[in-house]
Design a protein around this ligand. Structure first.
Ligand code: UTP
Length: 299
C-alpha cells in the first residue's frame, strides 16, 4: 500500500497576517517545533516514507528545515554543545523528501492536482501542512485510515472531528449515509455550510487517503467558494460518481490543531507549552496568576 504523503504548504495564510507576510504559516512555532515538523513526525510514525511538499512563493524555509545541516552539526560539536544534537535528530529520519511548486495559488484542490505527475497511479495520503493531529502529533489515525482504505477497497477515506455547531461555517462538513459510527460511509460533503443547513457537525480534519481517481475529478472541478478549486467539491463529485468514500472519526482524546487562524493557533500553542515537562509547572503557576488577575478584573 501507499507510503507517500502529499503535504500542501503553498497557501498564503492571509488569516494570519502580518505573521505570515514573510514566513510560512507551516513554520510557525507550536511550543518547541514548527507546525510542519509535527506533521512529518506523525506521518513517519504512521509508516509514510516519502513526502511530497507542494510549495509556493516564500516557502523555502520548509525545505531548509528538513535538510541535513552539516554546518550546524559541526558548529554544535566544536562549541561543545553535543547535547543539542538530539534536537536535530528529525533530520535523520528514514524519509525521502520531494518538492513541487504550485505556481499559482488556486486553492487546496489545485495544490493536490500539482502532485499528480509525482504520485502517478498510486493511492496516496494528503496531510495539510498547517494542522497537527493529536497532542504532540502522536496520532495514528493515518495508519488506521490506510488500513481501512485497503480492507474496504474504497476510493477515499477522510478524517473527521466533531466541532461545535456554530463552527461548521469554517469547514467541509460530512453528510453520513446512515449514521456516523467510528467509520461511516459518506453520502456527501459540503464546504462551509450555514449553521442551519449543515447535515452534521463532523468537520474534515486535514487528513485524507485517496485513490488517484481523485485527480480526474480535480481536473474537472471549477473554482468554487473563494474562487478556489476546492478539494471538497472534487470529493462531492467523486461520491456522486459512485465512488465509495468513507469517513473516520478522530479517536477520543485526539483533536485537530488548526494553525490557520489566530484563535486556534493560540489555543494550540498554549496547550502544547502547558504540556512541556521542562516548563509546564512554572508556566501553570504564571498562568494561574494571570487568570486570577483577568477574572478579578471582570468581577
Ligand atoms: P487554507 O485553506 O488555510 O488556505 O490552506 P490558505 O490560503 O493557506 O490560508 P488563508 O485562507 O489565506 O488564511 C490549508 C492548507 O492547504 C495549503 C495551505 O498551505 C495549508 O497548508 N494550500 C492552500 C495550498 O497548498 N495551496 C492553496 O492554493 C491553498
Amino acid at each position: 500500500m501507499t507510503d507517500i504523503a502529499v503535504v500542501p504548504v503553498a497557501g498564503r495564510g492571509t488569516r494570519l497576517l502580518p505573521l505570515t507576510k514573510s514566513q510560512p504559516k507551516e513554520m510557525l512555532p507550536v511550543g518547541r517545533k514548527p507546525v510542519v515538523q509535527y506533521v512529518v513526525e506523525e506521518l513517519a510514525r504512521c509508516g509514510i516514507h516519502r513526502l511530497l511538499f507542494v510549495t509556493g512563493p516564500g516557502k523555502t524555509a520548509i525545505e531548509n528545515h528538513f535538510d541535513i545541516d552539516v554546518e550546524l552539526i559541526t558548529h554544535l560539536r566544536l562549541a561543545g554543545k553535543e547535547e543539542l544534537l538530539s534536537e536535530l535528530a528529525f533530520e535523520r529520519e528514514d524519509l525521502e523528501y520531494f518538492y513541487t511548486r504550485q505556481r499559482r495559488q488556486l486553492g487546496l484542490g489545485h495544490a493536490i492536482l500539482c502532485a499528480e505527475p509525482v504520485v502517478g497511479q498510486m493511492p496516496f495520503v494528503v496531510a495539510l501542512g498547517d494542522s497537527i493531529i493529536g497532542r504532540h502529533a502522536a496520532s495514528q489515525v493515518v495508519r488506521r485510515m490506510i488500513d481501512v482504505f485497503c480492507s474496504e477497497g474504497v476510493k477515499a477515506v477522510v478524517a473527521f472531528e466533531e466541532v461545535p455547531r456554530e463552527e461548521v461555517v469554517q469547514y467541509g462538513i460530512a453528510q453520513p449515509k446512515d449514521g456516523a459510527s467510528d467509520v461511516f460511509e459518506l453520502a456527501d460533503v459540503i464546504e462551509k455550510p450555514e449553521v442551519d443547513e449543515a447535515p452534521s457537525n463532523l468537520a474534515v480534519a486535514a487528513r485524507y487517503v485517496f485513490s488517484p481517481v481523485i485527480f480526474d475529478y480535480l481536473r474537472k472541478t471549477a473554482p468554487g467558494k473563494g474562487d478556489e478549486i476546492q478539494l471538497t467539491d472534487a470529493m462531492r463529485a467523486m461520491i456522486r460518481g459512485g465512488h465509495r468514500t468513507l469517513g473516520i472519526r478522530l479517536p477520543p482524546g485526539e483533536k485537530r490543531f488548526d494553525i490557520g487562524n489566530f484563535e486556534s493557533y493560540f489555543e494550540a500553542f498554549v496547550e502544547f507549552v502547558l504540556a512541556d515537562p521542562a516548563v509546564s509547572e512554572s508556566l501553570k503557576q504564571r498562568c494561574r496568576q494571570l487568570l486570577e488577575v483577568a477574572w478579578g478584573a471582570r468581577r
